[in-house]
Write a protein that binds this ligand. Sequence first.
Ligand code: NZQ
Ligand code: ZN
Length: 385
Amino acid sequence: MRDFVFSCPTVTYFGADAAVRALGSELPKYGRTVMLAYGGGSVKKNGVYDAVMKLLRAAGKDVTEFGGITPNPTYAKVQEGARLAREKRVDLILAVGGGSVSDCCKVVAAQAMTGEDLWEMKFRFHAEPARFIPLGVVVTVAGTGSEQNNIAVITNEEKKIKAGMTGASPSFAALDPAYTLFAPLPQVVSGAFDTLSHCMESYFGKPLDDNLTDEIAEAVMRHVIRTARALVKEPGDLRVRGELMWAAAIGENGLLKAGKVTDFQAHQIEHQVGAYTNCNHGMGLAVIQPILYRHLYKAAPQRFARWAKNVWGAADRGDDRETALAGIAALEQFVIDVGLPNSFRKMGIADRSFYNAVARSTNIKEGCCRQLTVGEIFDILTECY
Ligand code: NZQ
Ligand code: ZN
């Protein structure tokens, strides 16, 4: 494995009453003014808003609300949040929601501390923000792992780019599986696929030597596959939801990237599809990733065969390419079994006019096995239809 730096500074409270325990312990550490951030309103319907507000009031906080953060959060919304945070002199941002709320707040936490245009800073000058308003996260739907990393995926609507930015690492996070109970099942399953996708993107990264990171990734993948199937059968099972929630955090907190060069090429394509269609992240990956792997497996047949055997339980066919194909077929079947879409059409994306623009604007990385071309991304998108 390669040299690495691993840092996951988030204090994580997991399980029943996680928010009560987290806010009870953490709120006294911060100043009086808290910005309570949330999405389109699900928290107001499912009681999470009331529960969190009660805890904030009990802790004597002045609360500034920042609501209306959409899925695939925009850079414009980041600016709105940063203006508000500056104006109210916010001491702590509390993001209550899924990856979108958390991601938006991570960059709000940075943008509120600087007059620089963070997008320009990152993509033109390759510089990262260094100062942040402290951030806490109460997770209401799992999958992205945003609660334990400093990545924020933001859509710049003007530039038609959805890309990862560096934001604040959450200082603390509350993971109560019961808070996910009211999230629509397709969203929860989409989150589970996102977790599986993070594991796969890391696992296929170089180097492919014998290393602990890959062994852990195999265990997490097997677990997510098993628990996602169990979730579909028994959506109310809190144990299963909890397992998926914890897997989501582990899947994207850096542990599975330790010592690996990861390109996240499926994510790069999906993010640009998201920039053009505003589609659901996990569902987009469920469509793209199996097709991408059909394009790539011949470049790393041994690794794909190992994945097929160790993760999907495929039999060794005596030929790595054949075994690899059995693994990809199992991934495709999994997508169907858990009720995820396996084509853009099934996601409601009938328009095909954006394929060329997406292919041209996708960030093409070194490649887990080999580098894609623009033309090949166009072909993959066409096959996704
Ligand atoms: O907005 P509200 O009304 O809250 O509804 C949300 C939203 O419509 C709903 N929801 C969440 N919790 C709920 C609930 N509905 C009922 N009850 C609850 N308890 O679910 C919908 C989707 O929420 P969202 O936050 O968008 O989902 P997710 O967690 O999948 O986040 C997706 C975003 O995260 C980015 C994605 O690209 C996408 O923009 N990612 C972030 C990553 C990171 N920071 O590390 C990595 C990922 O690969 C990913 O790119
Ligand atoms: Zn993802």
